[in-house]
Ligand binder design. Structure first.
Ligand code: NAD
Length: 494
């Protein structure tokens, strides 16, 4: 069992990436500009990275296009792509500790989560999509005997992937796994706060045998790199995970350029609905503490709202407070830490501001509500939250949960659906009929019943309403966003 000292020493010994990957070459930004990436726990400088701009995007697109058209990857037998992606998954597993340390120190994520969840799930995702590709069949349409109608799927070509900072490795895998498995070339733009592991993952991809140009990673700010990718006339698809505000812009970029395919995974304000017959409130509170406080609440499916039937409300408020107060806050490199620092000063200010608004608008602060040293924020529970409050409607993306009382099961479901978002929901009931009925009524892309869940790699992930647009991550369903359907109609004339 490694200790905090071990992890800190490992972090000191790491060689952090400092260049981008374009066409298989490690390069600086064409302008020579750089930006700093820091450890959010203490502000220490980790690395200076290329601050790329539109000219670097052009270079990456040219390389990705050439790789795609050459067939060096897109033209391989699916089993050959599978072999390379399996090798990449193996390399991720072999380098688990290095990747986990880099992820933890750059993003403020607890090291134990990085070792046990983020890195293994990254490997699983790459392997799963690689493995799937040589087991998928195309279709033949019903037709008269004198014709054959083939329905085939083809890769789109060049895919841009713009990523958030909360699960840097996993979000990259969720994009490049299906995009590369289906034969596309990809340009990844990681979040500027957390670019290190994207670059290291790309280095491992080269080692695994991914040909130059098939996977490019360019670092920099959203308007400098994300926007030129979104507006590029030679990018065929843009896949994005991040805020709803920025997601909307990609629709504009596409509409104003080449109408590229756009797939958006965006914000959430997911509700857990605890019905009258839910039972086991202490256990539900334990699950829901994980559902909101895990990863500092910086999780798109975080259950930041709990809607509780009036008969269980008081007990649930008390149990949630106990759970919040028991969370271990600390340095993210300490294996005992459950919650590390928030990702940045700016984000800390946003979370603090919404907590203050919650108080001003009349919610009852049960526990937490302030910083806990540096960028750490105390797990926070509000009660008496009503649907008109900002903390009910706005994504906080921090360790803050609001509990709302409902007079009936029907009202609880209606309150859960009273949101511009629809990413996920959780439902607690012992009644099988209610479980089925209300799971259908909840307007969310994933509904966990009697447990918080995002499903698994095999199930599609994405949102209703302002949480999602244009497709799904995960599962075979994710392949649809990176492929185009083609009909080939062959007339058999004698
Ligand atoms: P963000 O929208 O601020 O940034 C995401 C990416 O977009 C970054 O790479 C950023 O540089 C880029 N970007 C910023 N401005 C841009 C612009 N004008 N043009 C083009 N690109 C631009 O999001 P974030 O703060 O990194 O992540 C948090 C958000 O992500 C939350 O809303 C969270 O719910 C969401 N999220 C959603 C999912 C999901 O699967 N639905 C998963 C994780 C995170």
């Amino acid at each position: 069992m490694l200790t905090k000292t071990d992890y800190v020493e490992m972090a000191k010994g790491l060689s952090y990436p400092s260049q981008c990957l374009i066409d298989g070459q490690w390069v600086n930004a064409a302008s020579g500009a750089t930006f700093e990436t820091i450890n959010p726990n203490d502000g220490a400088l980790l690395a200076k990275l290329p601050a790329c701009d539109a000219s670097d995007v052009d270079a990456a697109v040219t390389s990705a296009r050439a790789a795609f058209e050459s067939g060096i990857w897109s033209g391989l037998h699916p089993s050959e792509r599978k072999a390379v992606m399996s090798k990449l998954a193996d390399l991720i597993e072999t380098n688990t500790e290095e990747l986990a340390v880099m992820e933890a120190i750059d993003a403020g994520k607890p090291i134990t989560d990085c070792v046990e969840i983020d890195v293994p799930e990254t490997a699983t995702c790459i392997r799963w999509h690689g493995e799937a590709q040589d087991k998928l069949y195309d279709q033949i349409a019903p037709s008269a005997p004198n014709a054959v109608g083939l329905i085939v799927r083809e890769p789109l070509g060049v895919v841009g992937a713009v990523l958030p900072w909360n699960f840097p490795l996993m979000m990259m895998a969720w994009k490049i796994g299906p995009a590369m498995a289906t034969g596309n070339s990809v340009i990844v733009k990681p979040a500027e706060q957390t670019s290190l592991t994207a670059l290291r993952l790309a280095e491992l991809a080269l080692e695994a045998g991914v040909p130059p140009g098939v996977l490019n990673v360019i670092t920099g700010m959203g308007p400098d790199v994300g926007e030129p990718l979104g507006r590029h006339m030679d990018v065929d698809a843009l896949t994005f995970t991040g805020s709803t505000e920025v997601g909307r812009k990609f629709l504009e970029y596409a509409a104003q350029s080449n109408m590229k395919e756009v797939c958006l995974e965006m914000g959430g304000k997911s509700a857990a609905v605890v019905l009258e017959d839910a039972g086991g409130i202490a256990q539900i509170a334990e699950i829901q503490a994980n559902a909101i406080f895990w990863n500092m609440g910086e999780n798109c499916t975080a259950n930041s709202r709990i809607i509780a039937h009036k008969s269980v409300y008081d007990e649930l408020v008390a149990e949630m407070a106990k759970q919040a107060e028991a969370m271990a806050l600390g340095d993210q490199m300490d294996p005992n830490t459950q919650n590390g620092p928030l990702v940045s000063d700016e984000h800390f200010e946003k979370v603090s501001g919404l907590v203050e608004t919650g108080k001003t608008q009349g919610a009852r602060l049960v526990t937490g509500g302030t910083g806990a040293g540096g960028l750490k924020f105390q797990p926070t529970v509000f009660a008496n939250v009503t649907k008109d409050m900002d903390i009910f409607q706005q994504e906080i993306f921090g360790p803050v949960v609001g509990i709302t009382k409902a007079d009936s099961d029907e009202e609880a479901i209606a309150l859960a659906n009273d949101s511009e978002y629809g990413l996920a929901a959780t439902l607690y009931t012992k009644d099988l009929t209610k479980a089925h009925k209300y799971a259908r009524k909840l307007k969310a892309g994933t509904v966990g019943v009697n447990a918080y869940s995002e499903g698994e790699i095999s199930t599609p992930f994405g949102g209703f309403k302002s949480s999602g647009f244009g497709g799904r991550d995960n599962g075979i369903h994710a392949h649809a966003q990176y492929t185009e359907l083609k009909t080939i109609w062959i007339t058999l004339d004698d």
